[in-house]
Design a protein around this ligand. Sequence first.
Ligand code: NAI
Length: 690
Amino acid sequence: MIPLIQLSKQDAVGIITVDNPPVNALSPGVPEGIAAGLAQHIADPEVKAIVLIGAGRTFIAGADIKEFGKVVAGQSKGHNLLPLMLAMEDSPKPVIVAIHGTALGGGLEVAMGGHYRVAAPSAQVGQPEIKIGLIPGAVGTQRLPRLAGVELAAQMCAFGEPIKAAKALEAGVVDQIIEGDLLAGAVSFARAQTERPKPREREIRPFDPNIFDALRVQAKKALRNQTAPLAAIDAVEAATRLPFAEGCARERELFNQCLYGPQSKALIHAFFGEREVAKIPGIDKNTPARDIKQAAVIGAGTMGGGIAMNFANAGIPVRLREAAQEALDRGMATIRKNYSNSVAKGRFPQAVMDQRMALITPQLTWDGFDETDIITEAVFEGMALKKEVFAEIDRIAKPGCILATNTSTLSIDEIASATKRPQDVIGTHYFSPANVMRLLEVVRGAATGLDVIATCMALAKRLNKVGVLAGNCRGFIGNRMIHCYGREAQFLVEEGASPEQVDGALYDFGMAMGPLAMGDLAGLDVGWRIRKEFKHLEVPGERIPHISDELCERGRFGQKTGAGYYKYDENRKPSHDPEVDAIIAEVAAREGIERREISKEEILDRTLLSLANEGFRILEEGIALRSVDIDIVYLTGYGFPAYRGGPMFYAESLGLDRVLARIREFGWEPAPLLVRTGSPLDSAGQVRLP
Ligand code: NAI
């Protein structure tokens, strides 16, 4: 058993060290341990002042998030940090909190129970609770405004972004920055203190009362539909209006509303989900991963350029090969422009851009491809071309080189068949823009080696992405499902909803953008071309959507042609286009579809449940390992709102019985797994036997 707390003494200063690796989370036993240590030092006549510090790489980095789920499930009462914090503030000996690494959430709240805070120059402090749908629950919203000032406190609690030590010092959250040895500095600071200022008794400094409404407007825009940021602002506002104890009670009330509300449940699901997807049966830390020191990318188009940037951003030298000089120049110009924009926005200095650019070698030849550890193919989507490219790299690449394809739909196995090393072939499916989107779908073929999968999952982390493992099928996890969703969106339009209604309903639900607007952005012609190529695969009698194809037939490919479901001005601002109404009416008449009023509820259910229904098939076929993997694909790659947890979590939150009933109402074939899990009745309406 790890001793969570260690006690020691130095120069008449009692030291309490929190030692709960890896991040000194406030797990059960930690607050109690601190309280016991505090009592012991207070009782010790030799001790004149007390220092609280963290062992290892950080101070207390936050609450133990698992505990929140247990509290909601009634399995734990949770622990109340308040008695500890009051004991710290009421200590007859000055209590100094020494912060390094991050003091976040409950960590900062504990720190604010001390009389003084000192910090290492690299330390950060923050109240990031809104990121899991909560607000500070241990009086952070009441103490922080008294230390940091109302405006900064409200901002920190509403948006969850941490601040650096220097800013914390300037704002008054921290009293001194300690260069060099933090503990030694904290001890000598402690020895010099005779006063014991209590954060809870501080006067609120003058502030502009309009800031609350201004922040509400900002939060409603930046964190659309989310309840916790607004609750956090309310709680900080309460600190300015109510005496401390009443403010604390108000915070508790708001905290509980968030804790028992649906959004925190969904966001906590997303938080753990991102960690869960890294776990793959058969792969553990002993699986030998290959070393990626050099990379190469083929194709410098929309995707290839962004993929090359990912490698360069991670410090991995990358060769970028194109077929033609003009395309190569265009690709490099786009990369340069992207980096320049980041420099202009102050994301990183010019020197960093120069370093990254220097890591990318543009070329028309195969030079150096025999030395790279991973080659990622991002040429046009077409099986013949992909096989040609793979046959070529099979000849050139060194043994052990990973041969990855960025295909969004094609079979990894068929691509691998063009090589003599199918065990080294894998899909690494990036999302557009590849340098921005966090998702990396790692697609395993039938023969892909476990070490190749392990390497690509580790690579995802190195590239600052979330890797999700998918099986090989048309469209893998994400695109296979989005196909159903997009089709349903078009059917709704054919049946009477306007594009604005469909997109509006899903935008209001929280999607980053509606499906039709997304089609316009990605280019409607992509799907149109694929459908033409695969016309022979259409199942007779199966309904197919016509609107997108009809728009393409008229040259309306979306934003790039200034017209798609909407018309676009030169700044790509969309507006309603009566011509689209006419096209829709014509298609409906031609297909014999009677147009009717369509409710928002129907729009949401048909689009979102089509995702879930296909998700259940994907699960049953083993294309996704767990339903949370599907959720993470949607949260990190498709703009699904995290506070809804993902399409599978959302379906579950509606109740799978209800989902199944709706699917039957729509006349769809429900996924067998959903029938088995979702209803006490089997598909023939009989009661299912256990
Ligand atoms: P793109 O058309 O923008 O770029 C393809 C590039 O490959 C062109 O610049 C072309 O000159 C080059 N190329 C063709 N043959 C080549 C060869 N033999 N050697 C070197 N370069 C060659 O296409 P995009 O959008 O970048 O797509 C590339 C791949 O990524 C496709 O498989 C696509 O399905 C997939 N993908 C596309 C996404 C998107 O949103 N555009 C998202 C995820 C995957």
